[in-house]
Design a protein around this ligand. Sequence first.
Ligand code: PA5
Length: 476
Amino acid sequence: MENCKHCMAPQISLDVNNMMADAIGEKGVNAARVDALAEVAAKAAKAVESNRGTGWLGWTELPYNQDEIVADIEETAQMIRNEFDAFVVLGIGGSALGPIAVQQALNHLHYNELPDGKRPGPRFYVEDNIDPERMASLFDVIDVKKTCFNVITKSGATAETMSQYLILSTALKNAIGEGWQKHIIATTDCEKGNLIKLAHQEGFKLFYIPSSVGGRFSELSPVGLLPAAVCGIDIRGMLHGAKCMDGRCKSENVWENPALLEAVLQYICMQEKGANIQVVMPYADSLKYMADWFCQLWAESLGKNVTRDGAPCNVGQTPTKALGVTDQHSQLQLYTEGPYDKVVTLMKVGSFRETTEIPHGCEQFADVAFLGGKTLNQLIEAERQGTEYALYKAGRMCQTITLPVVNAQTIGQLIYFFEMATAYAGELLNIDAFNQPGVEESKIASYAVLGNENEKYAKKREEMQHKAERKKQYIL
Ligand code: PA5
């Protein structure tokens, strides 16, 4: 385990040995191919570096430019902890997955069930869907009079989030009347959208998302920092971790910059080796929603059908989550013997925050008794090594990201590592990694279905009339 040269914090690492042909044979990546791409990779790194903070690269500055915002967030978080029993995030996609992932990574795994004295903040919920049953269920477990709602939407226009806002603000008005606005905090784009106007009109406490920070790159902005701080998480540590990783991503040498190496390897996987699926498999419950957060980042950023020069393409790699060890008993058979269309990213925790011993017993059964005296920590790591070996033996590409410990600093590093790798991969693929036209199409179509009278949606409604007729023979 290496520590940061500047602050001595433990560093996460990327081990790509089992990605390489030297280790797993012909299905692996040749080091010579990485070398051949070194110049292109350096160009990608230069492009990201020289555009830092501009265009859609505002997230690269978040570890550095938020001193005042962090102070405001901490003060607001303290107020929320003092005054409310529950804190509910209303948001979706990039406005929800980060808060969920960080909470799972850095707080108690049964946080909401802990008694008040033992929980570092109010109970925490992220409502990232509009399932009517789920919304009804939320009302069964919170008292709106004692709940603070954080409405998070970068665009300030997302139907899911704004419909939740309408439901919850109405509930607040009915339950509280005057002063209901104190229960709402808005986090939105600093310039445009409906939510900013609404927030000014109603006097909600407001946090801004810089215009140059897109939804899925916003976890280290107030989108993620406020919910984390409310739940007692060390947000300065997260930002510090991101800064450390940024320092490690300065090199243009693919063999020295971990995010650049990751981008180049995955580029080779998806463009040359037919490995169009990346399975992210953390061996720790704390990291399972980090995998979800990564899946959105990688999928929405890289899944594109046109290059930046306007040439048609269909690129991207399908990210999918598996949980170690649970999914060894569900998916691993496919990963080891199914098609060679995957690369597996294992996540390992060096030292868990708890040690759970396995007592001695069942001495009459040798295969059970041998577990006695060991720990679950040893068992989960042995199983991770077992999976790594099974994949290796089957000639499957596999890499391991190790977090020496799961803490605010290493989670900050991990977030920034994946963000950088995504930006580099976008450069290598020559696509716009920061838009999402495919998602917009579905948003517009659903507004059209709902009967929005705006011309844009009316036109879409008209267009949708011409879609292929459903044939009865295909519906059984
Ligand atoms: O990354 C993105 O831009 C999207 O996934 C958005 O986060 C998601 O669509 C929600 O958008 P908004 O934050 O504008 O409500």
